[in-house]
Design a protein around this ligand. Structure first.
Ligand SMILES: NC(=O)c1ccc[n+]([C@@H]2O[C@H](COP(=O)([O-])OP(=O)(O)OC[C@H]3O[C@@H](n4cnc5c(N)ncnc54)[C@H](OP(=O)(O)O)[C@@H]3O)[C@@H](O)[C@H]2O)c1
Length: 381
């Protein structure tokens, strides 16, 4: 079989875990583009990368190439996977674009592909017809406790992986994409009809922002207060946070329904957040009776800390303004939802309330998904 050349952009948790998993497959060559000198140094010393699986076993791999040089990382790649957060994707895309092959199809995707990766890639990779744009709905497994260049822990995995391509891609390209991803992940990959099924699936953007708003927003019990100790995201989620999450989930479903109806698209694969969580975690949730109980009693969510930093000049902690819950989920997730709703004259007051407060807590948006969201959408959709 012809070797499959995979290039991963981003040497973080998701990048490490997927690189190790791919190297377990026959005839797969893996390169990684990273700016982390520790990862490069470990590779140069011959240190194997290890993944610790939930059952206690270990997988080991030695990548074929590990470099901070974009050309070396991607020049012969068949498939490129961006694994950096949504707010940091534009830079690696721009850096690798001149070095991607022009002589063969190159499948360029993001894991996870939320926050409208198809629109970003289209804006950066216009006039490059051999590049096939795709995204995966979510990460295949959670990944945590990274020791750069050495080891990563694998958390719970998804039984099904959902993938979509940019609307511009042909049926033949889509089928080939499915073959490539099946070679990497096995037969659990399903191709969705429309990229909007990824973009509209509710997830971190509404989850993180609502919980923070419920804690420290104007009606939260911690408003303008200092937390005496770090707090768990989900097991200590406030009732108010769960209330806003449920409302935002309803508005997100309403947006999906309007888009489906007005554009004549079948978006029935997009489920409510509650359904998504219950399906993903099943028996790990002790009490499924409400959003609050689902969040508080999901064992998979135990011990996950909210993003906090020590307070200035005082003992205790505050929610970190520079956290990904703002830079990624608010600026690239919520902003996109509100703008999509605005284009359909749909009111999403709860999402807007949380967005507006979050932006003021962030002290304004530096950049956002509006930098690439097509100005004409949905006209050409
Ligand atoms: N880890 C999980 O279990 C998990 C679960 C659900 C969703 N996700 C999503 O998966 C994506 C990647 O998450 P991750 O946990 O793998 O991230 P991570 O461990 O923090 O790694 C992200 C990598 O992105 C690169 N990067 C470039 N600019 C960055 C910036 N401004 N901020 C942060 N990273 C930057 C860095 O790569 P180099 O230093 O190598 O260049 C970094 O190592 C995110 O969208 C996240 O929301 C992750």
């Amino acid at each position: 079989m012809k070797p499959l050349k995979v290039a991963l952009c981003g040497g973080g948790r998701t990048g490490h875990l997927n690189a190790i998993l791919f190297k377990q497959r026959p005839d797969v060559q893996v390169s990684m583009l990273t700016h982390n000198p520790v990862v490069i140094d470990q590779h140069a010393r011959g240190t194997p990368m290890q993944a610790q699986l939930p059952d206690g076993s270990t997988l080991s791999a030695r990548l074929d190439r590990l470099t901070s040089d974009a050309r070396l990382a991607v020049e012969d790649a068949d498939i490129v996977i961006i694994t950096v957060p949504a707010h940091a994707r534009a830079q690696p895309l721009q850096t690798i674009a001149p070095h991607l092959s022009t002589c063969k199809p190159v499948y360029i995707g993001a894991i996870p592909g939320f926050c409208g990766f198809d629109w970003l890639a289209e804006s950066v990779l216009a006039d490059r017809p051999n590049l096939v744009i795709w995204g995966m709905k979510d990460v295949p497994h959670t990944a945590f406790e990274l020791k750069p260049g050495r080891s990563i822990k694998m958390g719970g995995g998804k039984s099904q992986l959902y993938v979509a391509s940019h609307a511009r891609e042909s049926g033949a390209s889509r089928q080939h994409l499915l073959q490539l991803l099946t070679r990497l992940y096995g037969p659990c990959v399903t191709l969705l009809d429309n990229y909007l099924e990824i973009t509209l699936t509710p997830g971190n953007p509404i989850m993180h922002s609502s919980v923070i708003y419920g804690l420290i927003g104007p009606y939260g019990q911690w408003h303008r207060k200092i937390f005496p100790k770090p707090l768990c995201w989900w097991t200590e989620c406030s009732e108010l946070g769960a209330y806003f999450l449920e409302r935002m989930d309803q508005e997100s479903q309403g947006l999906c329904a309007v888009i489906s109806q007005r554009l004549g698209l079948d978006l029935s694969s997009v489920k409510s957040l509650k359904e998504e969580i219950v399906e993903a975690y099943g028996e790990q949730i002790r009490d499924r009776s409400s959003m609050l109980s689902i969040l508080r009693t999901n064992q998979a969510y135990n011990d996950i800390l909210a993003p906090m930093v020590p307070a200035d000049n005082r003992a205790g902690y505050v929610i970190e303004r520079e956290s990904r819950a703002f830079n990624e989920d608010v600026a690239y997730g919520l902003v996109l939802l509100v703008e999509m709703a605005r284009r359909f004259d749909l009111k999403v007051p709860y999402i807007e309330e949380v967005l507006n407060w979050s932006v003021s807590y962030m002290q304004g948006l530096r950049d956002s998904a509006l930098d690439y969201f097509p100005r004409h959408w949905p006209r050409s959709a």
